[in-house]
Ligand binder design. Sequence first.
Ligand code: MLC
Ligand code: AMP
Length: 487
Amino acid sequence: MTMNPLHHALLSAQPDEAPFLSTLDGETISYGALRAKVARTAAALAAQGVKPGDRVLCQIAKAPEGLILYLATVFAGGVFVPLNTGYTPAEIDYFLDDAAPALLILDASTQAARGVAQARNVPLASPSDLTETSLAPLPPCPRKPDDLAAILYTSGTTGRSKGAMLTHENLISNARALQAEWHYQPSDTLIHALPIFHTHGLFVATNITLAAGADMIFLPAFDLGDIAAALPRATTMMGVPTFYTRMLGDDRFERAAMAHMRLVISGSAPLLAETHAAFQARTGHAILERYGMTETNMITSNPYAGARKAGTVGKPLAGVSLRLARPDDQGIGAIEVTGPNVTPGYWRNPEKTAETFAPDGWFITGDLGQIDADGYLSIVGREKDLVISGGFNIYPKEIETLIDALPGVLESAVFGIPHPDLGEAVAAAIVLRPGATADAEAILAALAPNLARFKTPRSLHFLPELPRNTMGKVQKNELRRNFTGAS
Ligand code: MLC
Ligand code: AMP
């Protein structure tokens, strides 16, 4: 049978009248309305020239239209490429070059990228051009399970972002595994406060809602007042650890207010065991922590029924296999995974793809793990040089390359330091050329056009030289130790 696998798995079976989404402003979308809107938007995309296999780039503020554009692109046979709203036009220019899209969707908040799209002759559309159309609905375009549904850009250790390709099967298998693992059901209502340009908010939160025929309270961003307003109607919540540390600082989130909730989930960054304990003491909820990656979707989860062990990320999801390569004498090894959840590789980047898979085809995550006697995995470190700030991944190499190119700079090292709100904050150590004067403001101003604000170092430290080991490698741990508390 020819069909569109994601459409079949995620949007073919819910009753028309069942709710899919509501906002605090009172907007509601039923599954019937969603299906109709997505089919007409798919027709509008096709009318704009989007053909099966074409990439559609989308940089827009969080709104229900973002989900409609995602589904419509995939059901029209295209490949959805969401972009962080914080990316500068210079960053967008790189994605336009790399992804060679058939269309770039911008809204009023992201018009800055218009110029680079025009310079590259990439057709432009606004969300309303596509979603508010009277065209006849387009039936879902037939696709194979291993056809691409999305490309998500993630920065890399070489400083250039790479596009993780995700197939229909990658997304469907993970949505089903999570639905089963978390006992997700039509009666669930999720508080959706995550951005929808990353795997967490776009795929984990949205696909599991669709797979279960559940609904969501869709919030434009994480805001404690909005979360408190949404709470009485919700049964589940997903977030990064910063969500939960912020909720702990607000006494509206206590035991009685949260008693009706079924499940509270954390991922994307390490949840401190002390946050887990404090949240449980305050609300009665043992946060369920899971572990994943853009390239692999979700890999492990603590159990729904059974012990949720703080400081661990649980066990592999159904269908996902995990191993620790080259374990040391404490059993700490490099986490590698295989399964239907894993990317076929990086878009137009066979070298990176080859580097990231072991010779027998297992995906190398770059994380270091240890497995306890009960089979629970703990992430104990990273082989990759990465800072995770408020759940966003920031690769130091990209920032170092930009700083090193500035006049007066000899070299730099970018690293993460502990931060009470964001988990880690970005810091930079800079060595100037002889005769150059230290001017932090000038450096930050020079970075601004090329670097999204969330990646911008929160502290700059001018040093006579970088600490190096005998092999000449910069000692970022020493920098981290020396500058902890300086952000
Ligand atoms: C915002 N800012 C950040 C930041 N978020 N800086 C560093 N790290 C962050 N995470 C900056 C903005 O650029 C802005 O800078 C200023 O902070 C205020 O912006 P804001 O939007 O008002 O920020 P805030 O509300 O505080 O946002 C924090 C946050 C948000 C934690 C709510 O970052 C967030 O929603 N994070 C979720 C990230 C996520 O979805 N990760 C999943 C990745 S997928 P200025 O200088 O202009 O003032 C993945 C795989 C997996 O990792 O397993 O899930
Ligand atoms: P990304 O590349 O943005 O998809 O981020 C993936 C990375 O986030 C993983 O390789 C881990 O380093 C990290 N990560 C995700 N979930 C967790 C978690 N629960 N605990 C610790 N690190 C995590």
